[in-house]
Design a protein around this ligand. Structure first.
Ligand SMILES: Cc1cc2nc3c(=O)[nH]c(=O)nc-3n(C[C@H](O)[C@H](O)[C@H](O)COP(=O)(O)OP(=O)(O)OC[C@H]3O[C@@H](n4cnc5c(N)ncnc54)[C@H](O)[C@@H]3O)c2cc1C
Length: 418
């Protein structure tokens, strides 16, 4: 008998999960019908949106960071470009603008999105006084605005958490520092990161390091300040604090998928209640979640979606085989932090272990260094793009990097001092 699996969302997590599932089912000779449904026939390499505003080589146009989704759909996966309109976990049916699909198991990877109208005045000033880089179009608009910038108070603002890739605002601050220095504008510009976090980042050791690094680049940090309003000249925080600006670059509030809430699976902001270890939906059977639309306490990152896809595939095949899902997901995240002037930091962590210094992926040999600014890490960040297109999306194993975090090469002794 053929088991029907529907994978919803044709972004990073959906593509990887569908491709891995098809490969694994073939290997184990399990008869599956896998449908991947999504409405992004062009796939965006989202980490590339960080570089678009600075018009870095290889990141100048949308063609540099987008490819046709269909070319990454592997054998055994039936890809349907349809807009999903409803999920019914009782009837095990998904409705789209083109019809309906029944399933035996469901995988949700519907991502999350920025919501401009969640902040007073933001939509009104968007693209004129307030800019962003979390969508391809806004990143290109920002590139144009940066060309016209002549100096003044430039704010990089994180409206509220959670956001995708929480290190991206820090990277953006560093790249701005480089960009303005090269254009002779750094001395005329005050750079400030306004964040709802207690410092530049969340995890204590990394937060300390990144906050110090930003101080070394003369980037001020205004902590504990979420975004309540935007006017022509200042942003406002919920406690009434005003921070003036000449140019604002903000990461707007994020929400998950309304479909998830409407199906009774979500937290009211579109993030699905997810068992953080098995990646099963908490509120329905035969449903798994991965990527940005989960509510698990780790970064919303492509690396995380990739690691989670391996767990989802493993557990889904176990359930089809009549066995319980295993608590295999550990929140593993692996993120490069571009720090400007050809250097980057690498962090590797999970639910329980915060980023520590060390070598990655091989102990001693590296070649990458953890929690340290190096040229090799920057080359690693650049290499992520071809790896993403050629290995990650097609569901190929990335050598030496497992879905569970390894402590090999990590200075675990540092944790005792924190
Ligand atoms: C500026 C920026 C920089 C980043 N840098 C990094 C980085 O350096 N490293 C890293 O690991 N991650 C990075 N990320 C994060 C990473 O891109 C995301 O975490 C990752 O893409 C999440 O995958 P996903 O499958 O959960 O969601 P997505 O990849 O966003 O996919 C969601 C899919 O669902 C589809 N969908 C949603 N609703 C519907 C519907 N109703 N009908 C049909 N289809 C629907 C969408 O069309 C989309 O294709 C960055 C993100 C940004 C914005």
């Amino acid at each position: 008998m053929t088991t029907r699996v529907l994978v919803l969302g044709d972004g990073t997590g959906g593509l990887v999960a569908a491709n891995l599932l098809a490969k694994e089912a073939r290997r184990r000779k399990v008869a599956l019908q896998i449908k991947l449904i999504g409405n992004s026939p062009m796939h965006t390499y989202q980490p590339g949106m960080l570089f678009l505003p600075f018009q870095k080589p290889g990141y100048r146009t949308l063609a540099d960071i987008q490819r046709e989704t269909a070319q990454f759909v592997g054998a055994g996966v039936h890809y349907l470009v349809e807009r999903i309109t409803a999920i019914d976990t009782q009837a095990r049916t998904v409705t789209t603008d083109k019809g309906s699909h029944e399933y035996d198991w469901l995988v949700l990877s519907l991502g999350c999105r920025t919501v401009l109208d969640a902040v007073d005045g933001l939509e009104q000033h968007w693209g004129k006084r307030a800019f962003g880089f979390y969508t391809p179009d806004s990143a290109l608009r920002l590139a144009q605005a940066l060309q016209e910038f002549k100096g003044g108070d430039l704010l990089i603002d994180v409206a509220e958490m959670p956001i995708k890739c929480p290190v991206a605002p820090i990277e953006f601050a560093c790249l701005l520092d480089e960009f303005l220095t090269e254009r002779g504008l750094r001395g005329k510009t005050n750079l400030t990161l306004v964040t709802p976090l207690t410092g530049a980042f969340t995890k204590p050791i990394c937060n300390e390091m990144l906050t110090d690094m930003l101080a070394g680049k003369n980037v001020s940090v205004v902590p504990n300040a979420s975004l309540a309003s935007v006017t022509e000249k200042a942003i406002g925080c919920p406690d009434g604090k005003q921070v003036p600006y000449d140019m604002l670059v903000t990461i707007p509030p994020h929400e998950g998928s309304e479909l998830i809430d409407e199906a009774g699976l979500g937290d009211g902001l579109g993030f699905g209640f997810t068992d953080k270890q098995t990646l099963k939906a908490v509120k329905a059977e035969r449903v798994f979640l991965l990527g940005d639309n989960t509510n698990v306490p780790t970064s919303k990152a492509g690396s995380v979606a990739h690691f989670q896809a391996e767990v989802v595939v493993h557990n889904l095949l176990r359930e089809i085989d009549g066995k319980p899902a295993l608590p295999l997901a550990d929140g593993h995240a692996n993120c490069f932090i571009e720090t400007g002037f050809g250097k980057a930091i690498l962090i590797d962590f999970n639910y329980d272990i915060q980023p520590v210094p060390g070598r990655f992926p091989l102990p001693v040999l590296g070649p990458m260094s953890l929690l340290k600014e190096t040229r090799t890490n920057h080359l690693g960040k650049l290499a992520f793009k071809p790896i993403y297109w050629n290995m990650l999306l097609p569901g190929r194993q990335i050598p030496l990097v497992g879905s569970r975090m390894s402590t090999a090469g990590k200075r675990m002794d540092v944790l005792q001092r924190h």
